[in-house]
Each structure stands twice: as C-alpha cells, then as structure tokens.
Design a protein around this ligand. Structure first.
Ligand SMILES: C[S@@+](CC[C@H](N)C(=O)[O-])C[C@H]1O[C@@H](n2cnc3c(N)ncnc32)[C@H](O)[C@@H]1O
Length: 578
C-alpha cells in the first residue's frame, strides 16, 4: 500500500468539492508532494505504474517507439527461432519421438510480430522441406496486457494463420493457468524477463541490503492539467492504492521522481534468496575479491520474476521440449556487480537481466543451457534450455543465434548506408547481401526499397521489395506504407499512393510522415482544405518537432497555392461578367 504524506494536512476528500487553485497547491507543496515512503523496488509506486502501463498502453507502446522493439520484431530472430524448432522437430521425428500436435507458447508477445514472423518462417520451411509440422502446430500467443491482445486482433496481425493461433491473457509469472492446454513443445520468452519483477540486493560487511524507492511528485499542480482528476481525488487514488485505479496516474509518470536507498533485508524473504546467497558466495564474491579487493561489496539484480516464470513453465513443457528466450542484460560477472539501476521506456520499467545467475539457476533445475558463440558482444542475448539432451537442436541453436551473422548483417547495412549516395551499385550489393542472409527482415527489405527508389531510380523494383516487406509486416509499421506511397507517387499511381498513406494513418494515427504525405498529395490534387487539415495533423503528431519546419513550409506553400487558385477563380468569374 502506498503511504501518502499527510504532513500537509490536506483536507479530507469528502469535504473538498472544488479542485484547489494552482496558487493554493503551490503554497501547500513548495517541495513537491511525497507520494510514497521508501518501499522495496518491486512493490514501489514506480513499478505499479509500470505494470499499469504494460496492461493499458497496448501496441502504441511499440509503434510510438516508447519501447524499443526492432531487435526482436524485425524478423531475424523469429526466422532463426523457426529454424531451431524445425531442427528440433526433425531430431525427434527421426527418433520416432514426435507424435500428435505441436504446441508452442509465447509469453509477453507485445505487438505479436515475433509470433507472426516465426509462423511465417516455420510455414515456409515446412513447405520447402515437405514436412507436416506446421499443419500440426498451434501457437499460443499470450500477454498480460488485454490491450496488446485486442490490438493484435483489431489489426489482424496474426489473422492469416487462422486456427493455428490462439490469443490469451496470461501473467508470465503464473504459467500454471495454462496446464489444461496440454504439454508445450516449445516456450518462448522474448525481451520479457527484463519487464518482470526484480530486486537489487547489496552485501556489505556480511549484511544484505535491498533497493527501496521513495516517490515524489515534483509539480503537484500538474495533476489537474495532465489528468481528469482534482488533486484530492488523486490523493484518494494513492490512498486506495489498487492497481486498476493506478491506470489514471500513468500520464503523470514522467513527473514522478524516484529517490533511492538501500535498507537491510533478510535474504530469506527475497524470492530465490538461497540461490542468491549461493551465487554471491561461489561466483560473485570470489570475482570481486580477485579483481577489486578482499571483502568488498557485491551487488546484483535478482530476476526473480523471470526465474518464477521459468520454473513455473517447467510443468507446461513436454519432457523433451525446449525453452528459448532472448533478453538484454549482463553476461559477465563484472557487468553484474556494476549493473545500472534500471531503465524506463515510456512508463514501463525494465531491468538488465543477470544472466550468470539465471543460467546457473536453469542448470540447477536440471536443464542443459546453450549459449551462442559471441553472444556476449550482442545487444540481445539468447538462450536455449532443455531437460532432454537434444544434441542436434542445440547445435542448430548455437549456429542460428551466433553473433557472426547478426554482425555481418549490421556491417552490410552500415556499408550500404554509407555508400548509397556515393556508389549506389555497391550500396545495393551490400543491401542485397543483408537480405540474402535474412530474407524475413522487413526492415532491411524496406531500406533496400528506399535506396532502389530514391537513389537507383528503379521504382518498379522498389515497389516489389516494399510489397515483400509489407507481406511480412502488414500491420505494425506505418513507415512501410509511407515508403510504398512514395514509390507509387514516382510511378504516377496517385490513387494507390493515397490508399497507402491512408493505410499508414489507419494503422497508426500518430504517424506524422503519413499525415504529411497525404497533405502533399492532396495539395498536388488541389484539395487544399483536406491538405491543410492533414498538415495540422502532421504538426500535431510530430512530437519531437524534427519535421515541424518542413511541415510549416508545406502549409505555407499550400496556403499560397490556395490563394492563387482563389484569385484565378475570381478572375475567371470577373471575365465572365465583363
Ligand atoms: C519489453 S516488452 C516485449 C514485447 C515483445 N516480446 C517484444 O519482443 O517486442 C514486454 C512485454 O511483456 C508484457 N508483460 C509485462 N509483464 C508481463 C507479465 N507479468 N506477464 C506477461 N506479459 C507481461 C508487456 O505487456 C509487453 O508486451
């Protein structure tokens, strides 16, 4: 429960009929308003707001780029995960161990784009290799956020897979709810453990301490401005503290200041405290002693939400099934003890995953855990865990997720970008090599389409490429529809270009570039009132202001052209009357 600072003697809610005036609020809270006293990190207001954010923000958390997600959703890792499951099915089929349905479960699907691209690649692979695995497959796409699932359904992101997909609202820390579905062949967690509960613990002079957070609202007078609430009803929500009413506070998150401190803790009260103690004694402390000096402090994040999810998922898994997950975090002991506090994406709080602790934990549960070559150097780390030996599946995984391929793709892209203005033929070669390595990467296809269109003037080729990218990702990127419109304009297909830009706006009403492009197109067609309205929307949605100058210049241009058109019309009328 949050504790509200009562020292201000704010009048009880029932007696306060009118919102307080701004002057009154400023006078009463010159130093801001203490929202909550020091509370363990995972129970703090900041974390409760984060949970409310995940539940309510939906796909916009990703399409508005509040939460970075390209790396798990661009198709590279989804295609590689499909190859791993395919190799796994072959391995079992050849030993006679793959009968009946093939069930795959993903927790925390977000946009559902990893699921889409995984299914796309797996279907393609099964088709090419003439195997019936896809026909037997059901994919359970789950998230704690009903809004994410509603967005997936509304946009139709997984529609084309029909009965192969089931959507469900599931808390990844309570996987037991899924037991009645039957055993899963594979379980995926992508970029999820970092969003599940964690605790930061510190050992100093043999005593353990835990990170606590105190929350303060710097500018309480902003409450009525940013929410529908008066300050008293805001305070009442904090007093009640239930998760549903916290939704109303999410818009204020950027005004909530967190103060941090460590408080003594009995490690047995921290989930997986015994594992933490063991990890500190056997791994972290010896490393610190050897490199920093004897008996220095050790500190570490405990990803106990992820550990709970992993452990709780074990009964869901076929005895010879696999768990594959990707996340960001610390892979070296040096990174573990020096890990940064935490990150906020929108109001969502994410914490580096402590891989050494997690890897050890998975092994202690009887799992064989594979780490791809060069994994430490990648921004996103991957793990494959299985109880059964599955040698061919593990070899395929280690190969499919090896850093070399991802790094080679990035190098081709960097070279392509560098050369696109100087030597377009060479730039195209680099882009094509990247596409050849990852044909499912819709972002690379779109970039190649852009270069073909804008630099190589191969508009027909560009259209074919952008259509390929859109077939992979038809619902989650208005950039793709905008690029398609730009290509169609150069091909002189204005009606289809308009449909493309409009599709971009329908998918994401906050996409400034699509609004701008519609303004441009309508201005060309002399549809000035619509063009001016679209300019307004482009400006309103250009939240960074990066394109505002261009939009304002276009608006000025449209106003001038409307004036010219008006003058010309008047002149024609006058001529008619003289
Ligand atoms: C960082 S995002 C990653 C989304 C997606 N997997 C991706 O790679 O783009 C975290 C996702 O986990 C979901 N999430 C947060 N807490 C969860 C929980 N307890 N159980 C299931 N999903 C959760 C959020 O709604 C969000 O979709």
């Amino acid at each position: 429960m949050p504790t509200v600072d009562d020292r201000s003697a704010w009048p009880p809610v029932a007696e306060t009929k009118q919102p307080a005036s701004m002057d009154d609020i400023v006078a009463r809270f010159p130093n801001g308003l203490a929202l909550e006293d020091f509370t363990p990190f995972h129970r703090s207001l900041e974390l409760r707001l984060s949970r409310a954010y995940w539940r309510k923000r939906g796909g916009q958390a990703f399409t508005e780029r509040e939460v970075p997600n390209d790396i798990t959703n661009d198709g590279t890792r989804a295609a590689r995960a499909a190859e791993v499951l395919f190799a796994h099915c072959i391995e079992l089929a050849e030993s006679g161990g793959l009968g009946g349905p093939i069930r795959v479960l993903e927790f925390g699907v977000g946009l559902g784009l990893f699921a889409r691209l995984f299914l796309w690649s797996f279907r393609d692979l099964c088709g090419r290799e003439k195997r019936d695995f896809f026909a037997r497959l059901t994919y359970y796409a789950t998230d704690v956020s009903e809004r994410n699932l509603a967005d997936i359904q509304r946009l139709g992101t997984l529609e084309e897979f029909g009965e192969h997909v089931r959507l469900g609202q599931v808390d990844a820390t309570r996987p037991d709810e899924l037991l009645p579905l039957g055993a899963m062949r594979a379980i995926f967690h992508n970029y999820l453990y970092d969003a599940l509960p964690q605790s930061l613990v510190l050992r100093q002079d043999g005593r353990w301490y835990e990170l606590y957070i105190q929350a303060r609202l710097e500018d309480p007078w902003r409450v009525p401005e940013l929410t529908d609430m008066s300050l008293p009803s805001f305070i009442e929500i904090l007093r009640r503290g239930d998760e549903d009413s916290l939704d109303a506070l999410v818009p204020l998150f950027s005004y909530v200041q967190a103060e941090r401190s460590f408080f003594p803790v009995d490690l047995t009260t921290v989930p997986f405290g015994a594992e933490v103690q063991q990890f500190a004694d056997a791994a972290l402390q010896p490393w610190v002693d050897a490199t920093v000096g004897q008996d220095r402090n050790v500190r570490m994040w405990v990803p106990w939400g992820g550990m709970t999810s992993f452990q709780g998922s074990i009964p869901l898994l076929e005895p010879d099934g696999l768990m594959l997950f990707t996340d960001y975090g610390s892979t070296e002991l040096s990174e573990v003890t020096g890990a940064r506090v935490y990150q906020r994406y929108g109001a969502g709080v994410c914490v580096n995953v402590n891989f050494p602790l997690l890897d050890g934990f998975m092994r202690s549960q009887g799992f064989q855990v594979s780490v791809p070559a060069g994994d430490d150097d990648l921004p996103l780390h991957a793990r494959l865990a299985s109880k059964a030996a599955l040698p061919r599946t593990h070899v395929r995984f280690v190969d499919a997720f090896a850093a070399a391929d991802f790094e080679a793709m990035d190098t081709h892209l960097a070279d392509g970008r560098r050369l696109s203005r100087k030597d377009v033929a060479k730039a195209l070669e680099h882009y094509r090599s990247a596409v050849q390595m990852f044909p499912c990467n819709w972002k690379v296809l779109a970039e190649l389409a852009h270069v073909e269109n804008a630099f190589a003037e191969n508009h027909e080729g560009a259209l074919a490429l952008i259509d390929q990218a859109i077939a992979l990702n038809p619902t989650c990127s208005s950039d793709l529809w905008s690029e398609r419109g730009d290509i169609l304009v150069l091909l002189g297909q204005m009606a289809e270009a308009e449909r493309s830009y409009a599709r971009g706006v329908a998918l994401n009403g906050m996409h400034s570039r699509c609004h701008y492009n519609l303004a441009w197109l309508w201005a060309e067609q002399g549809r000035f009132p619509e063009a001016l309205e679209a300019c307004g929307r482009a400006l309103a949605t250009d939240r960074t202001g990066a394109a505002s100058e261009t939009i304002l210049a276009k608006q000025k241009d449209i106003l001038a052209r409307r004036r010219e058109a008006y003058d010309a019309e008047r002149e024609r009328i006058l001529l008619r009357h003289t």
